[in-house]
Ligand binder design. Structure first.
Ligand code: DX5
Ligand code: ZN
Length: 217
């Protein structure tokens, strides 16, 4: 299991140092939550902040766009140094064009589904995406409770990827912690986003290692 700590739960006055801290603690990528106050009822960071943070680590930047018009902002986030850009199927942009645009910019595309969106909604895009992100909370805020009833959705997407012999990662985002990582792994996810579970842990490195699947004897 790869672990992508969500900066949404970090100390916002120390974002650069927080990235260095999770890098040294063994994180696999950095998850950056972009919210526009429209697609979700919260505002976070934009491309200028992503760009300012880029020099702090060589870890991949996994940029999760929770915005209404993702297509309009692909260039800005690609220029800012995103390695992966995921956007919501529920957004207003032309989805095919958005995937194409992300690819044209040399960035890895991913599609995200909210809890109410069924697994089958991503099937038409599986041959063109690097990753599928399954939300296990309603997007908008960190620190919410994990929705275990999303696991059948993860399994259904995993099965479809295997059936078609595709190479697509599944990422799970929202409320993931030591308490539920085993069922996330069991369902077939490859990447776990964790904000509170990593940044509020007493021992960051131990929390990341546990989520990655390393267990003490
Ligand atoms: C929610 C965000 C998540 C969230 C994860 O809208 O997409 O990335 O910050 O944080 P925790 O792990 O605290 O739920
Ligand atoms: Zn996220």
């Amino acid at each position: 299991m790869k672990v992508a700590p969500s900066l949404l739960s970090c100390d916002f006055s120390q974002m650069g140092n927080e990235i260095v801290r999770i890098d040294q603690a063994g994180a696999d990528m950095v998850h950056l939550d972009v919210m526009d106050g429209h697609f979700v009822p919260n505002l976070t960071i934009g491309p200028a902040i992503v760009k300012a943070l880029r020099p702090y680590t060589k870890l991949p930047f996994d940029v999760h766009l929770m915005i209404t018009d993702p297509l309009d902002y692909i260039d800005s986030f690609a220029d800012a140094g995103a390695d992966i850009i995921t956007f919501h199927l529920e957004a207003d942009s032309d989805l095919d064009r958005t995937i194409e645009k992300i690819r044209e910019r040399g960035v890895k595309p991913g599609v995200v589904i909210k809890p109410a969106t069924p697994a089958e909604a991503v099937f038409p895009y599986l041959d063109r995406v690097y990753m599928v992100l399954v939300m296990t909370v309603e997007p908008g805020f960190g620190g919410q409770s994990f929705m275990a009833d999303m696991m059948p959705k993860v399994k259904a997407i995993r099965e479809e990827i295997s059936r078609r012999q595709l190479d697509v990662l599944i990422e799970v985002d929202g409320g993931v912690s030591a308490k539920n990582i085993d069922i996330v792994t069991e369902a077939g996810a490859d990447v776990s986003v964790s904000g509170t579970g990593v940044f509020k842990a007493d021992d960051t490195a131990a929390a990341i290692r546990y989520l990655q699947g390393f267990r003490a004897e």
